[in-house]
Ligand binder design. Sequence first.
Ligand code: ZN
Length: 803
Amino acid sequence: MKKLNHLLILLASIVILTSGCAKTESADYPIQPVPFTSVKLTDNFWAPRIMKNAAVTIPIAFSYCESSGRVKNFEIAGGLDTGTFKTIYPFDDSDVFKIIEGAAYSLQTNPDPKLDAYLDTLIWKIGLSQEDDGYLYTNRTIAEMHGGKGLHEWASRNRWELDSILSHELYNLGHLYEAAVAHYQATGKRSLLDIAIKSADLVDKDFGQDKVKVYPGHQVIEMGLVKLYRVTGEKKYLDLAKFFLDIRGPRGDAYNQAHMRVVDQTEAVGHSVRATYMYSGMADIAAIEKNDAYLNAITSIWEDIVYGKIYLTGGIGATGGNEGFADPFVLPNMSAYCETCASIGNIFTNHRLFLLHGDGKYIDILEKTLYNSMLSGVSLSADRFFYPNPLESNGQHERQAWFGCACCPSNVARFVPAIPGYVYGVTDDELYVNLYISNNAEISLGSKKVKVSQKADFPWDGRVEMTVDPESDGGFIVKLRIPGWARNEAIPGTLYMFAEQDDQAYRISVNGEQITPIMENGYASIKRRWKKGDKISVDLPMPVRKVIADERIRDDSGKIAVQRGPVIFCAEWPDNNDGKVLNLVINKESVMTSEFVPGLLGGTRIIKTSGNQTRKTLGGEIETLENEPVTLIPYALWNNRGPGQMMVWLPTTPESSKPLPAPTIAFRSKVKAGKITRSLSAVNDQVEPGSSNDRSVTYYHWWPEKDQWEYVQYDFEKPEIISKTKVYWYDDGPDGGCRIPDEWEVLYLSGNIWKLVKAKSPLKVTKDGWDSVDFVPVKASAIKIRVKLNKDYSAGIYEWVVD
Ligand SMILES: [Zn+2]
């Protein structure tokens, strides 16, 4: 019998070795995630969203890949069709790979033979597009069919050479490897995995200390190679991932984190998606190779983000110019970039840091990001997407069906089906419960098999009923995460804090008996001999909490935000006073109650409170109007009812609000101009700039027109007697295309005739200040200013006032 066992083991190892896809027994994260395939969600919040991702997001994402030419690129490169490169960017290949990854995840929980077959065809096309030596980059392959014509300007004549800049050759491959591993694990088919291995072997052959030494311009291949290493056991892929990290810096660009060696970096800088993908790759290496230098770097960077560069919604990357990080505490709300991909990348990084350290603070950030800035990236209908996720809007933001650069929708498509994989983590004798979502899970702790189930109504209610069902009685530790928000902590660190302490304590009981477990790193640890049917109840208090920001965040000064459980709330136009919310003031002491509204936004909790609108008076004061009800909805659900005003940080003083303009003649007029744009409303919004080049204030401009006369006109409600007018010009010199104009004149409408006013002094043209003119009083039904644009420059107006 013994001998036979040995023989079986020997046979098994031969099978494993020859299959080439065995997982080697080697070091990895001390805590292992419980794969999403073992966790079946049964809740009303995430499970329907995962279904919708499968039913709506993935099919439309593939259909955009077909209609935009992304799939056609593979067909042409593979010789199935002829023509030139069909899309805009050389990284367009990556979208197809990311959606395959999402589809593979989705297949594991939502079997779909049609989708499975579609993937087979698509993978066949990808295989044909791969060159004989393993190179895969449709833009170059297609260009070479045309004698090099059509090669993207971001790519070099020779392979790889411009990857540090913009070619994205290695970026595409990183997503290919992630997709290949997902597809192999989902279907057991090697088709895409073999393509990935052939590609990775070429990269391994071409790159190295004495070979091509170019670091990836957009990180992600590091994570992809680690996944390839895990599934094949080939150490060279792990070494290659480390090579790509170690050759970064020190004299490159901060934009893609190449300004220093990765191990010397302590601050989050540059493009935030590139950054988080890199930190995630570093965490993987730190875990597998026990690399302290990597670990120290990402730990410092995490603190730099959480203590100064993250929004209350979990969004990161404040500025659009670099699609990335700004200085600490520079967190403007209306122009917040907070790319959806960066939220997903931040979740990747925080999950890995949890797996390394077993500390709940990483899941606090993960949960905050998941329920707010990540989720805001996709509409309830699952077919509209945000690229940036701002915290305030004047109606200029709206989710789109697709983008020329489609990184965000394809990232949503692959992230959502993997959400159940973030619920639990395990070691041989510990079960970490990180997220409270109703589910049934089958979990292995070492050799012990345990069925675990949760019943909860998260994120709306903090009560959770769990069952722990070990196959046989046994001792192990259940570690229940007690989120920061249930322990009076709005976020790890002090960037945001609850305005008041709340004394309600969380409660835990086992089999009906209340217990007081030890708290360790954000987890309540219950060590006991668990037996079939054991029940745990967790009660996390969820009062409505007011949040204040570190005073160094200028845009949040004099304001509060509202949080309940992990959910951040906002005021949105459809629920509040005639669609206006930006001029609201909320009393700091105002009572806030929460209720569930089944018919609203697919069923959601809302918060009810009261506040006042503010308005400027004709005397220039700020007037507070009558108290009225104010309704708040979860931030992630905004913009599902059309574009309009929205605000997360609610002013508590009239001075910190954006008051409605005073009922001046100009404000009550109808504005006309030679060129009508959305920004025309700036001319009478009563927001005065600090200078002629103040970018924080909206302005109206005639760019690119120049060397001609233009006009703006106010049509009055009723004839008015006027005697004075003043203008504040826009001028973005020396860099921009607008300057103060050459001259201007003022006309009024009397009857049907436009007449020039009789000015009491010559009309001046001034930069950084008002140009004011008094004229002989006239009764008019309209006033117009005509503006002569400079020969070489256009012009614009911040504000135009009439008295
Ligand atoms: Zn993106």
